[in-house]
Design a binder for this molecule. Structure first.
Ligand code: E4P
Length: 217
Protein backbone atom coordinates (compact mmCIF):
# COMPACT_ATOMS: atom_id res chain seq x y z
CA UNK A 1 0.00 0.00 0.00
CA UNK A 2 1.29 3.42 -0.95
CA UNK A 3 1.29 6.35 1.51
CA UNK A 4 0.13 9.82 0.49
CA UNK A 5 0.00 12.74 2.91
CA UNK A 6 -3.30 14.61 3.09
CA UNK A 7 -2.25 18.21 3.63
CA UNK A 8 -1.12 21.41 1.90
CA UNK A 9 1.24 22.27 4.76
CA UNK A 10 4.79 22.38 3.41
CA UNK A 11 6.51 21.59 6.73
CA UNK A 12 4.39 18.47 7.21
CA UNK A 13 4.95 17.38 3.62
CA UNK A 14 8.73 17.80 4.08
CA UNK A 15 8.65 15.88 7.39
CA UNK A 16 6.78 12.94 5.84
CA UNK A 17 9.04 13.04 2.79
CA UNK A 18 12.13 12.95 5.02
CA UNK A 19 10.86 9.69 6.54
CA UNK A 20 11.44 8.13 3.12
CA UNK A 21 8.04 6.45 2.94
CA UNK A 22 5.99 9.10 1.14
CA UNK A 23 4.54 8.27 -2.29
CA UNK A 24 2.35 11.30 -2.99
CA UNK A 25 0.19 14.16 -1.71
CA UNK A 26 -3.51 14.97 -1.70
CA UNK A 27 -4.96 18.42 -1.13
CA UNK A 28 -8.44 19.86 -1.22
CA UNK A 29 -9.81 23.43 -1.10
CA UNK A 30 -10.25 23.25 2.69
CA UNK A 31 -6.63 22.15 3.21
CA UNK A 32 -5.33 24.88 0.85
CA UNK A 33 -7.45 27.57 2.56
CA UNK A 34 -6.09 26.42 5.95
CA UNK A 35 -2.59 27.41 4.76
CA UNK A 36 -3.82 30.94 4.01
CA UNK A 37 -3.20 30.62 0.26
CA UNK A 38 -5.19 33.21 -1.69
CA UNK A 39 -5.53 33.95 -5.40
CA UNK A 40 -4.86 32.05 -8.63
CA UNK A 41 -1.11 32.70 -8.82
CA UNK A 42 -0.47 31.76 -5.19
CA UNK A 43 -2.46 28.54 -5.62
CA UNK A 44 -0.52 27.54 -8.75
CA UNK A 45 2.82 28.36 -7.08
CA UNK A 46 1.92 26.32 -4.00
CA UNK A 47 1.15 23.23 -6.09
CA UNK A 48 4.42 23.68 -7.95
CA UNK A 49 6.33 23.88 -4.65
CA UNK A 50 4.68 20.67 -3.42
CA UNK A 51 5.53 18.91 -6.70
CA UNK A 52 9.16 19.92 -6.29
CA UNK A 53 9.28 18.32 -2.82
CA UNK A 54 7.52 15.03 -3.57
CA UNK A 55 8.24 12.95 -6.65
CA UNK A 56 4.83 11.31 -6.88
CA UNK A 57 1.20 12.10 -7.65
CA UNK A 58 -0.01 15.43 -6.20
CA UNK A 59 -3.80 15.84 -6.27
CA UNK A 60 -4.98 19.40 -7.02
CA UNK A 61 -8.74 19.91 -6.79
CA UNK A 62 -10.82 21.92 -9.25
CA UNK A 63 -13.22 24.53 -7.85
CA UNK A 64 -15.69 24.35 -10.77
CA UNK A 65 -18.79 22.18 -11.02
CA UNK A 66 -19.64 22.38 -14.73
CA UNK A 67 -18.07 20.15 -17.40
CA UNK A 68 -16.54 23.14 -19.23
CA UNK A 69 -15.29 24.75 -16.02
CA UNK A 70 -13.74 21.55 -14.68
CA UNK A 71 -11.98 20.79 -17.99
CA UNK A 72 -10.65 24.35 -18.32
CA UNK A 73 -9.34 24.40 -14.77
CA UNK A 74 -8.00 20.84 -14.93
CA UNK A 75 -5.97 21.60 -18.06
CA UNK A 76 -4.31 24.53 -16.26
CA UNK A 77 -3.61 22.47 -13.14
CA UNK A 78 -2.15 19.59 -15.17
CA UNK A 79 0.15 22.03 -16.97
CA UNK A 80 1.81 23.11 -13.68
CA UNK A 81 3.88 19.93 -13.31
CA UNK A 82 3.86 16.32 -14.51
CA UNK A 83 3.13 15.13 -10.93
CA UNK A 84 -0.25 16.90 -10.84
CA UNK A 85 -3.38 14.74 -10.74
CA UNK A 86 -6.63 16.65 -11.30
CA UNK A 87 -9.03 16.04 -8.42
CA UNK A 88 -12.66 16.09 -9.55
CA UNK A 89 -15.81 15.80 -7.42
CA UNK A 90 -18.21 12.88 -7.84
CA UNK A 91 -20.96 14.74 -9.69
CA UNK A 92 -22.49 14.23 -13.15
CA UNK A 93 -20.33 16.85 -14.85
CA UNK A 94 -17.36 15.57 -12.87
CA UNK A 95 -17.76 12.10 -14.38
CA UNK A 96 -18.03 13.60 -17.87
CA UNK A 97 -14.89 15.63 -17.22
CA UNK A 98 -13.00 12.60 -15.87
CA UNK A 99 -13.81 10.77 -19.12
CA UNK A 100 -12.53 13.78 -21.08
CA UNK A 101 -9.31 13.88 -19.03
CA UNK A 102 -8.88 10.10 -19.49
CA UNK A 103 -9.24 10.46 -23.27
CA UNK A 104 -6.71 13.31 -23.23
CA UNK A 105 -4.04 11.64 -21.10
CA UNK A 106 -4.60 13.65 -17.91
CA UNK A 107 -4.65 11.70 -14.63
CA UNK A 108 -7.59 12.19 -12.26
CA UNK A 109 -8.64 11.53 -8.68
CA UNK A 110 -12.42 11.22 -8.26
CA UNK A 111 -13.18 12.66 -4.83
CA UNK A 112 -16.10 12.73 -2.37
CA UNK A 113 -16.97 9.08 -2.98
CA UNK A 114 -19.27 7.48 -0.43
CA UNK A 115 -20.73 4.40 -2.17
CA UNK A 116 -19.84 1.41 -4.30
CA UNK A 117 -22.06 2.76 -7.10
CA UNK A 118 -20.13 6.02 -7.23
CA UNK A 119 -16.86 4.06 -7.32
CA UNK A 120 -18.11 2.06 -10.31
CA UNK A 121 -18.88 5.28 -12.21
CA UNK A 122 -15.43 6.69 -11.42
CA UNK A 123 -13.76 3.53 -12.72
CA UNK A 124 -15.94 3.43 -15.86
CA UNK A 125 -14.90 7.02 -16.63
CA UNK A 126 -11.26 5.95 -16.30
CA UNK A 127 -10.30 7.77 -13.10
CA UNK A 128 -6.71 7.07 -12.08
CA UNK A 129 -7.70 7.14 -8.40
CA UNK A 130 -10.99 6.92 -6.53
CA UNK A 131 -11.20 8.54 -3.08
CA UNK A 132 -13.70 6.98 -0.66
CA UNK A 133 -13.88 9.13 2.50
CA UNK A 134 -13.86 6.53 5.24
CA UNK A 135 -13.45 8.89 8.22
CA UNK A 136 -16.49 10.95 7.27
CA UNK A 137 -18.53 7.72 7.02
CA UNK A 138 -17.32 6.69 10.49
CA UNK A 139 -18.20 10.20 11.73
CA UNK A 140 -21.77 9.54 10.49
CA UNK A 141 -21.99 6.35 12.57
CA UNK A 142 -21.50 3.98 9.60
CA UNK A 143 -18.55 1.67 8.92
CA UNK A 144 -16.12 3.32 6.51
CA UNK A 145 -13.88 0.26 6.24
CA UNK A 146 -16.81 -1.74 4.84
CA UNK A 147 -16.92 0.71 1.93
CA UNK A 148 -13.18 0.29 1.26
CA UNK A 149 -13.64 -3.51 1.29
CA UNK A 150 -16.64 -3.25 -1.06
CA UNK A 151 -14.84 -1.05 -3.60
CA UNK A 152 -11.70 -3.23 -3.53
CA UNK A 153 -13.95 -6.28 -4.07
CA UNK A 154 -15.82 -4.68 -7.00
CA UNK A 155 -12.62 -3.47 -8.69
CA UNK A 156 -10.98 -6.90 -8.33
CA UNK A 157 -14.10 -8.70 -9.62
CA UNK A 158 -14.39 -6.37 -12.61
CA UNK A 159 -10.69 -5.89 -13.34
CA UNK A 160 -10.94 -2.08 -13.11
CA UNK A 161 -7.57 -0.34 -13.22
CA UNK A 162 -8.59 2.63 -11.01
CA UNK A 163 -6.59 2.63 -7.77
CA UNK A 164 -8.46 2.74 -4.46
CA UNK A 165 -7.16 5.77 -2.52
CA UNK A 166 -8.60 5.54 0.98
CA UNK A 167 -9.15 9.12 2.19
CA UNK A 168 -10.41 10.96 5.25
CA UNK A 169 -8.14 8.93 7.50
CA UNK A 170 -8.45 9.81 11.17
CA UNK A 171 -6.26 7.31 13.06
CA UNK A 172 -3.29 4.94 12.67
CA UNK A 173 -5.75 2.04 13.01
CA UNK A 174 -7.58 3.30 9.92
CA UNK A 175 -4.32 2.88 7.99
CA UNK A 176 -3.87 -0.69 9.24
CA UNK A 177 -7.49 -1.57 8.40
CA UNK A 178 -7.10 -0.08 4.90
CA UNK A 179 -4.00 -2.23 4.35
CA UNK A 180 -5.99 -5.31 5.46
CA UNK A 181 -8.85 -4.34 3.13
CA UNK A 182 -6.50 -4.14 0.14
CA UNK A 183 -6.58 -0.38 -0.52
CA UNK A 184 -3.91 0.62 -3.04
CA UNK A 185 -3.16 3.90 -1.25
CA UNK A 186 -3.95 5.58 2.05
CA UNK A 187 -3.87 9.38 2.21
CA UNK A 188 -3.28 10.37 5.80
CA UNK A 189 -2.62 13.30 8.10
CA UNK A 190 0.98 13.33 9.37
CA UNK A 191 -0.26 12.54 12.90
CA UNK A 192 -1.75 9.20 11.74
CA UNK A 193 1.43 8.23 9.88
CA UNK A 194 3.59 9.03 12.94
CA UNK A 195 1.03 7.23 15.14
CA UNK A 196 2.00 3.98 13.41
CA UNK A 197 5.38 4.19 15.18
CA UNK A 198 3.90 4.01 18.64
CA UNK A 199 3.75 0.99 20.95
CA UNK A 200 4.33 1.12 24.72
CA UNK A 201 6.23 -2.20 24.64
CA UNK A 202 8.65 -0.69 22.11
CA UNK A 203 9.28 2.22 24.48
CA UNK A 204 9.70 -0.07 27.52
CA UNK A 205 11.90 -2.51 25.62
CA UNK A 206 14.13 0.27 24.26
CA UNK A 207 14.50 1.84 27.72
CA UNK A 208 15.69 -1.52 29.11
CA UNK A 209 18.07 -2.14 26.19
CA UNK A 210 19.58 1.35 26.59
CA UNK A 211 20.00 0.80 30.34
CA UNK A 212 21.71 -2.55 29.81
CA UNK A 213 23.88 -1.10 27.06
CA UNK A 214 24.96 1.66 29.46
CA UNK A 215 25.91 -0.94 32.11
CA UNK A 216 28.33 -2.57 29.66
CA UNK A 217 30.33 0.60 28.97
C1 E4P B 1 -8.65 13.46 0.50
O1 E4P B 1 -8.56 13.40 -0.68
C2 E4P B 1 -9.62 14.31 1.19
O2 E4P B 1 -9.42 15.60 0.78
C3 E4P B 1 -9.47 14.21 2.67
O3 E4P B 1 -8.94 12.97 3.03
C4 E4P B 1 -10.70 14.56 3.45
O4 E4P B 1 -10.45 14.33 4.80
P1 E4P B 1 -11.37 14.93 5.98
O5 E4P B 1 -12.62 14.14 6.02
O6 E4P B 1 -10.54 14.73 7.20
O7 E4P B 1 -11.62 16.37 5.65
Amino acid sequence: MKFFIDTANLDQIKEAHDLGILDGVTTNPSLMAKEGIKGHDAIMKHYETICNIVDGPVSAEVFGTTFEGIVEEGKKLAAIHENIVVKVPMIKDGIKAIKWFTDNGIRTNCTLVFSGGQAILAAKAGATFVSPFLGRIDDSNWDGIQLIEQIVGIYNAQGYMTEVLAASIRTPLHIVRCAEAGADICTCPLSSILGLLKHPLTDLGLAQFLKDAESMK
